[in-house]
Design a protein around this ligand. Structure first.
Ligand code: GDP
Length: 304
């Protein structure tokens, strides 16, 4: 099965929520009026698109209606699809690349979001593209996290830089970046803690990792990827906002898009947080990763 078919299949529940909700509102021949706009907003909220983004989309429909670009209910769905795709396209979806030397990719996200699995998938993806990858195990807070990352490094046949459990995560990040440079790696992918005693500690630690990584490679990290679990719906949006405030996130990896009815949240994450979605996870195996394709994703949401 192609990745796109897999995504289409995985999004069946969200599609049912969005397309099904819209169909009830936007049927053929229905007059476009304020009642319809209210119901449209409710349908978007119901599909986890979130209050801010739902209101913004409805405002765009209203503006097009007032400008006489839209006249009836059935014209709204294709208009909405274009507006959503445009939002998801902005900012570009390609992973950053260092102008020379290794590209340092810092990966953050809360425990359970699928961070380690996503690093495993990303490693295979980058390797397949011809890149030499080194992993850095900077989640030294949990011994199990280092072990899990070591398993993914073995599966992918790539080197892992690690230290004893409890070591300074920033020191591991520095070592990994330095090793990447010394060994001519194309990518250094660094795992970070997903939970500490307090949220403040976690954010301070991420900040320190960024600072210390720069001592090995001045413009590192080139990419700070945040892993977000799509099944968390509205909570996922709040989480993304918090991380972005603490460490400037440059890309989002949305996991567990397979089988959730809450994929509408992805639109809100992009819109509210202002960071492009770069990868999506569509299952538990190493190959269940896709570069985010805004048009394919939008089509999969709307085209029932
Ligand atoms: P971490 O604590 O954030 O490092 O999370 P893990 O990588 O250990 O993943 C937590 C669980 O989510 C595991 O059972 C993974 O198999 C699962 N998982 C990760 N990504 C996906 C995905 O894209 N789809 C599905 N269905 N499960 C996923």
């Amino acid at each position: 099965m192609g990745l796109f078919q897999k995504l289409v299949q995985g999004l069946a529940k969200t599609r049912a929520a969005i397309a099904g909700g819209l169909k009830k509102v936007l049927f053929l021949g229905r007059r476009l009026d304020e009642d319809l706009l209210r119901e449209l907003e409710d349908a978007l909220l119901e599909a986890d698109v979130g209050p801010r983004t739902s209101a913004a989309l409805v405002a765009e429909v209203r503006a097009a209606w007032k400008a006489k670009a839209l006249a009836s209910g059935d014209e709204v769905a294709p208009f909405l699809e274009r507006q959503v795709a445009e939002r998801l396209r902005s900012g570009g979806n390609a992973i950053a690349r260092a102008p020379k030397g290794p590209t340092v990719v810092l990966v953050c996200g809360v425990n359970g979001s699928g961070k380690t699995t996503s690093i495993g998938k990303l490693t295979k993806f980058l390797k397949r593209g011809g890149g030499k990858v080194i992993l850095g195990a900077a989640d030294t807070f949990r011994a199990a996290a280092v072990e899990q990352l070591a398993i993914w490094s073995e599966r992918n046949g790539v080197e892992i830089v690690r230290q004893a459990s409890g070591a300074d995560p920033a020191a591991v990040a520095f070592d990994a970046a330095a090793a990447g440079q010394a060994r001519g790696a194309d990518y250094v992918v660094i795992d970070t803690a997903g939970r500490l005693h307090t949220q403040k500690n976690l954010m301070q630690e991420l900040e320190k990792i960024r600072r210390v990584a720069k001592k090995a490679i001045p413009d590192a990290p080139h990419e700070t990827l945040l892993v977000i679990d799509a099944t968390n719906g509205q909570n996922a949006i709040r989480q993304a906002e918090q991380f972005h405030k603490a460490v400037t996130v440059t890309g989002i990896f949305v996991t567990k898009l397979d089988g959730t009815a809450k994929a509408g949240a992805l639109v809100a994450i992009r819109d509210v947080v202002g960071v492009p979605v770069k990868f999506v996870g569509t299952g538990e195996t190493i190959d269940d990763i896709a570069v985010f394709d805004p048009d394919a994703f939008t089509a999969a949401l709307f085209d029932a």
